[in-house]
Design a protein around this ligand. Structure first.
Ligand SMILES: [Mg+2]
Length: 304
């Protein structure tokens, strides 16, 4: 694990660096508070830091304060090195955000134990962050296709619509549905059906611009949210989605399966504002017309 030593006394710094290197730490050094702060606020900072309290320019306690002001993650475990033993000073240090302090001169064993405790805290935090991120991903994504799930794509749409309203811009939505999906499942089985869903989802996602969003709305139905896109722009995009999905058959364990989609397009604009429900209803009606008039096509919301 990388550790920062910020200490202005050259011989003490060298001694400390050598000791920590022997204990297996990857040591980064700074001889003043400014460069310590710079290192701790860099892109990928050391997660452990030993900061001398008394340094020219910026004191260790000030470095602590500044690091805590700015950064929440990743957490840096900071140990103040102090030769002052007055209680009020230590309170100041802790209030500035230091996790621990050690008074010079100290025994090697003591330092080693203190750092081990710090390392444990960092490792626990890493595990918590990882668990939280996994949970967030699971809570917002569809596990089969990797797209946003139903709740999340609706949340994104609501957010996009209020933004569009604020900025007086339009927003487009597309409801896309795989044609004869039940027949695919019945003919080739559910495993092949899953491959079809995943592959069609992947093809559509590959066309998205970075600010577009696509979610699995339900079974074989997908909802696409297109920021700053009016009805014509959304219709053109829907046509590209249609072509992209139907261009090649999908390779499944049960063989190549030709797949087409039908799409319904709607938009909310400055003059014709729509809320989430009415926009989805309009796109759904258009999708229904696309299905009725033969599938494998795009239908656009009627002027109303
Ligand atoms: Mg000093």
């Amino acid at each position: 694990m990388r550790i920062l030593i910020a200490e202005d006394d050259p011989s003490f710094r060298r001694l400390l660096a050598e000791t920590l290197a022997i204990w297996g730490y990857d040591v980064v050094v700074a001889d003043n508070g400014y460069s310590a702060l710079q290192i701790l606020q860099s892109e990928d900072p050391p997660r452990l830091a030993m900061l001398d309290w008394m340094m020219p320019g910026m004191e260790g306690v000030e470095v602590c304060r500044k690091v805590r002001q700015k950064m929440v993650e990743p957490y840096t475990y900071m140990v103040l090195l102090t030769s002052q033993q007055r209680d009020e000073d230590l309170v100041i240090g802790m209030e500035a955000g230091a996790d621990d302090y050690i008074t010079k001169p100290f025994k090697h064993n003591e330092l080693r134990l203190r750092l081990r405790a710090g390392r444990r805290i960092i490792e626990l935090q890493n595990e918590l962050i990882e668990a939280r991120d996994t949970f967030r991903t699971k809570a917002s994504h569809d596990s089969l296709t990797g797209l946003w799930n139903h709740e999340e794509i609706l949340r994104i749409l609501a957010q996009e619509l209020s933004r569009a309203e604020r900025e007086e811009k339009s927003a487009g939505v597309i409801m896309a549905d795989i044609d004869f999906f039940k027949k695919i499942n019945d003919t080739y089985g559910h495993l092949a059906g899953d491959v079809v869903l995943r592959s069609a989802a992947g093809k559509m996602r590959s066309l998205m611009r970075t600010y577009d969003c696509i979610g699995r709305y339900g079974g074989e139905e997908f909802l696409v949210v297109l920021p700053e896109c009016n009805l014509e722009c959304a219709a053109a995009f829907a046509e590209r989605l249609r072509l992209c999905v139907s261009s090649d058959s999908i390779d499944t364990p049960e063989g190549m399966i030709p797949v087409t989609i039908s799409l319904g397009v709607a938009a909310s604009s400055k003059d014709k504002k729509k809320d989430v429900n009415s926009l989805i209803k309009t796109a759904d009606e258009a999708l229904y017309r696309a299905k009725e008039s033969g599938r494998n096509r795009v239908a656009v919301a009627l002027a109303s």
